[in-house]
Every structure is written in C-alpha cells, then in structure tokens.
Design a protein around this ligand. Structure first.
Ligand code: NCD
Length: 320
C-alpha cells in the first residue's frame, strides 16, 4: 500500500497522484511559488539555497529523459545537495551483470537520502517503494504514471488561473500509453468540477478499465475523435506524443503518430484568449513550430521550468 501524503510529506514516497489530496497539492504549490519567487526575483538568483547541504539524491533512469532527469538533478543541486546519477543503468550499473532491481535499490540507499527512478515497467516503482527504506520518487513507470510531471502541469494551470476546480481541458494524443495523461487525469479528479475532453485515435483511447476508474474518481471525461469536436474556451490544451516505444508493430505507430497536429490555424480557430498550450515534451511533429511564439504556448518555457521548482519544493518537503 502506498502511504497517503495527507499534508505531511516528510519521508514519503511519491509513486502515484492517488497519494495526494487537495490540501497536500495546495501546500506543495505554496512552497513551489515561494521558491520560484525567491529564485526568479530575489536573493537566490544564481546562488544555491542550501537547505539540503550534505544530502545526496540518487537518480536512476532506465529510460531516456531530457527534462525529468535534468530538472531533478538541477533541483537537488540548487538546494545545495548533490546527486549520484545513472543515466542508463542497463549499461552503466551492475544490472549489466545481472544484478536485480531490488539489489541495486538496496545498494543505492546505502549511499543516498532519496531515489528518483524511471523504469520501463508499469508498477516497478510501487515495488521499489515497498523495499526501499528511503523515499522513492516515480519519474515514470512505463505506461503507468508520471506523478511529478502531473504536479508540474497542474502547478502551471494553477499559477495561471488561480484554481484547480471547474476547469475545462483538452488532452490530445496517446491516452492509452501516455503516463503523463494518466497522472494528470488522476490529479484533476482530486478537485471538483473538472471536465477533460480526450482526443485520440480510437485504438489509443484510455483502456476501458482506466476510463471507468477515472470517471468514478470524479473527473468528467468526454472522448472525442476529431479536431472539430474540440470545445471552445478550454482552460488548457495538453498535447502529447504517440508513444513510439510502446508499439510492437512500428508500422501501426507510423500510421497513427500524426493523427492530430496542433497548428497555428487550429489555435486561431479553437483556442480561447487564455487557453494554455501545454505538452510534457518531447514533441515529434505533433506541434507545429509556428505555435511556439504564441504567448499562450508554455511547453518550451514556463511549463518545463516549473518542473524544476515543483521538484525543489517536493525535495524540501520530503527531506526537511
Ligand atoms: C514524458 C514521459 O517521459 O513520460 N516526458 C517527460 O517526462 N517530460 C512524455 C513523453 O515521453 O512523451
């Protein structure tokens, strides 16, 4: 069983958005906003805020990553801590020699105060959290979840609209395999009155079990299958990439990968004046470059940067 956060982050694992309640999320965002302000406006610009001096985070990424790896590493260091990093443990760790995940975890916890792990198999992080005696953060477990990504996405929405209730959003792309959408839907279901339109090719819809589960959790989900059906005036559009690495038949991937493209034309026709244009990245053709300069587009800037601040706040609350 995953331990709920219940406004007390100290020593807790972060494996699923389900561990959070609304109070804990708002608590995290107060901390995030204050750290962000401190770093962007104030005293700590270009200087570490040394509250984790002498602490070490172990980063183990069994799948590739740009943002999640770098922002976790930067977040820990900006708090004065240091990191032990395995960017590709299947090449660099004793996993090559056949060491089990359990043994590798046991070893890393002899040296570190917290572990941030990304793994290709859904459910691995829940298992690791069971055996580890130090906090473990899920940085993506296959097609399962990516809780810290959802937390930074929700912070970006919260920062813009000042609320996480009564939102109308669109998620487009790969609902079946996209772990970021799974966590984001779970996160939005913690707050009342949220509606999410899900746009994907039929074969990449949420599994029926997940659709049922999330609907019961309280978020209203509406599946659509064409750009025409996108409602006007959404608070956010959350575009995602079709997850190539989850396809056994690459021909099927090729057929589906660009089913829905976010273009300048679409933005001018359907987005509201304040609609946030979001994407967890990487993008591989599903957002036209011409959209990047739109003031509503935050994927390459605010959204990505907030990832570092949310992770700083999380490290602080867990370790202090
Ligand atoms: C996402 C991931 O790895 O799940 N990226 C990220 O962490 N920012 C999304 C993706 O790879 O499509």
């Amino acid at each position: 069983m995953l331990r709920p956060i219940k406004n007390n982050f100290k020593g807790k694992d972060v494996v699923s958005l389900d561990q959070f309640d609304s109070q804990s999320i708002i608590r995290l965002y107060k901390e995030t906003a204050s750290i962000k302000k401190m770093f962007e406006k104030g005293r700590f610009k270009n200087r570490p805020y040394k509250i984790l001096d002498g602490r070490i985070a172990g980063l183990m990424f069994y799948e590739p990553s740009t943002r999640t790896f770098s922002s976790n590493s930067a977040a820990f260091k900006r708090l004065g801590g240091q990191t032990v990093e395995h960017q590709n443990p299947l090449v660099t760790s004793s996993a090559v020699k056949g060491e089990t995940m359990e043994d590798t975890t046991m070893m890393m916890e002899q040296y570190c105060d917290i572990l941030v792990i990304r793994h290709p198999v859904k459910g691995t992080l829940a298992k690791v959290a069971q055996v580890a005696s130090i906090p473990v953060i899920n940085a993506g477990d296959g097609i399962g979840e990516h809780p810290t990504q959802a937390l930074l996405d929700m912070f970006t929405i919260y920062e813009k609209f000042g609320k996480l209730t009564g939102l109308k959003g669109l998620m487009a792309g790969d609902m079946l395999n996209g772990r970021t959408v799974h966590s984001l839907i779970r996160g939005l279901s913690i707050f009342p009155g949220n509606t999410v339109y899900l746009l994907s090719p039929k074969s990449l819809r949420l599994s029926r079990d997940e659709f049922k589960l999330y609907s019961q959790m309280g978020v209203k989900l509406v599946e659509i299958n064409s750009l025409k059906q996108i409602p006007v005036d959404c608070h956010f559009w959350y575009w995602t990439r079709v997850q190539k690495e989850r396809f056994s038949d690459k021909k099927v991937y090729e057929k589906l990968k660009l089913s829905f493209i976010l273009t300048k034309k679409l933005v001018s026709e359907k987005a509201g004046k304040k609609t946030l244009l979001m994407h967890p990245l990487p993008r591989v053709g599903e957002i036209e470059i011409a959209v990047d300069g739109d003031p509503r587009a935050v994927y390459l800037t605010t959204e990505a940067k907030n990832g570092m601040y949310v992770r700083m706040a999380l490290f602080k609350l867990i370790l202090r």
